[in-house]
Design a protein around this ligand. Structure first.
Ligand code: EPU
Length: 426
């Protein structure tokens, strides 16, 4: 298992480039199921979850060709024949977003067998709202031996009010509705930029979707979709992680190829912390003299403060003067990084969904364990300002969603390197 060794103390200086958004790329790849034609996706990040989705699609009979050389971020997907519309447990267990194939599979083939995703480090991750929505559209869904089996002749449009805002739930039903009979109306939808990105691809494929990015989305079903070419949005969470890396190290960092409009809540908080931010068209410059002030955050659905930035913000809060209150409203168990930050010297107490961070505490190097994708990023950020060499174990969590993370950080002055398992397997 790979580890990172990080030596803290260097301010990050220079320009760092943001990749395409993993959480846009995953639903967009699933959308290719909806047509026999080729779908070409550009700006696909080279991360483990994308490779997992490639495996998932090929296991169903799709042809997926990843670009190489200069075209390495372009992916061609052709689902001419879907001989085996099954999402096997071996694949689903490593990536919960696999449930995104449920809606498109039923819509295209009239049947789907998808392994039930289990819980994960950050919480239960149920998909009851995907199931309820598809049932309202006429699918019959049964569960046996850990698999959901869904059948429908042709899905029918429905009016659905989501009980709770769900990102992949909105995406799953949106895809299903493109080929359903009649006009679907979805209310209380997720407004995340990833939903808007998916809707743009679907419309380019011939779908009739209005209102993506707002809480009410209307979809006029069509009988067939065709191929399209689409460029994936920049990854707002990767960009946000780099903004905090610049701020926490007292650096001067230009975060390039991002979409500043998607980062409003984080930029606002960083300014409250005393960080200087200059916003350009597709880049953000972050500067900090090292003097940070505490600020409270409370995670919410977009456009609120993203849960996917909570762990990274907490690392920053350990270096801010004063008390920061961090409230996690989206997932019930997303404080796994706290124990590890505490082992590095942070002063954090948890009470239910709230963590109180008292700063500023000097951080010391330690051996720490990554528990999920964003927790891993938080520990790297802490290690960048810790005294000495921190060793981060289980960085495969980080590899699921950050492209060439250590190389990008090294390019702006971080001392970070990857190590294989030094002791080998017994
Ligand atoms: N929920 C239900 N029932 C459902 C679906 C969701 O109760 O059927 C609950 C969840 O348990 C959670 C809340 O609703 O408490 C929101 O979950 P949501 O469905 O929005 O999360 P998701 O779609 O599974 C996506 C991202 C996550 C990100 C969340 C919240 C993808 C592939 N994943 O997950 O990203 O944290 O939205 O913004 O888009 C990450 O990238 O590190 C990551 C975890």
């Amino acid at each position: 298992m790979d580890k990172f060794v990080v030596r803290g103390g260097n301010p990050l200086l220079g320009t760092i480039k943001v990749s395409g958004a993993k959480n846009s790329a995953l639903p967009c790849m699933a959308a290719a199921i909806l047509t026999e034609d080729e779908v070409i996706l550009e700006n696909i990040p080279q991360v483990r979850d994308i490779e997992t989705e490639r495996k998932l699609l090929t296991s169903m009979g799709a042809e997926v060709e990843l670009g190489y050389g200069r075209a390495q971020h372009r992916t061609h997907i052709k689902c001419a024949v879907l001989s085996d519309p099954v999402a096997k447990y071996e694949i689903v267990k490593t990536m919960r977003a696999s449930s995104l194939v449920l809606g498109p599979l039923i819509a295209r083939t009239g049947m789907a067998r998808v392994a039930m995703p289990g819980g994960c480090a950050i919480g239960g991750r149920p998909i009851d709202l995907h199931i309820k929505g598809l049932e309202a559209m006429g699918a019959t869904i049964t569960q046996e031996h850990g698999y959901l089996e869904a059948r429908a002749t042709r899905l029918k449009a429905a009016r659905i009010l989501f009980d709770k805002i769900t990102v992949t739930g909105t995406e799953d039903l949106l895809m299903a509705a493109t080929l359903a009979e009649g006009e679907s109306i979805f209310e209380n939808c997720a407004r995340e930029p990833e939903v808007t990105d998916l809707a743009a691809l679907l419309n380019a494929m011939g779908a009739k979707i209005e209102g993506a990015g707002t809480s009410t989305i209307r979809v006029q079903g069509v009988s067939k979709l065709h191929g399209a070419r689409h460029r994936i949005n920049p990854d707002r969470i990767e960009a946000g992680t780099f903004l905090i890396a610049g701020a926490i190290t007292g650096g001067d960092l230009n975060v390039d190829s991002c979409e500043p409009q998607h980062l409003g809540a984080l930029i606002h908080k960083l300014e409250q912390c005393g960080v200087r931010i200059d916003v350009g068209k597709d880049h953000i410059r972050v500067r900090s003299g090292g003097e940070l002030k505490a600020a409270d955050i409370s995670t919410e659905e977009y456009p609120g403060f993203p849960t996917d930035m909570q762990a990274q913000f907490m690392a920053l809060a350990t270096q801010a003067e004063g008390t920061s209150i961090v409230t996690e409203n989206i997932f019930e168990n997303r404080f796994m990084h706290v124990q590890e930050l505490a082992r590095m010297g942070a002063n954090i107490t948890i009470n239910g969904r709230t963590a109180t961070v008292r700063g500023k505490t000097p951080l010391q190097s330690a051996a720490v364990m990554c528990s999920d994708l964003r927790a891993s990023a938080s520990l790297v950020l802490a290690a960048l300002v810790a005294d000495g060499e921190t060793i981060l174990d289980r960085v495969y969590h980080l590899d699921r969603g950050y492209e060439h993370f250590e190389e990008k950080l090294r390019g702006v002055g971080a001392q970070i390197r990857r190590m294989g398992d030094v002791f080998g397997k017994k």
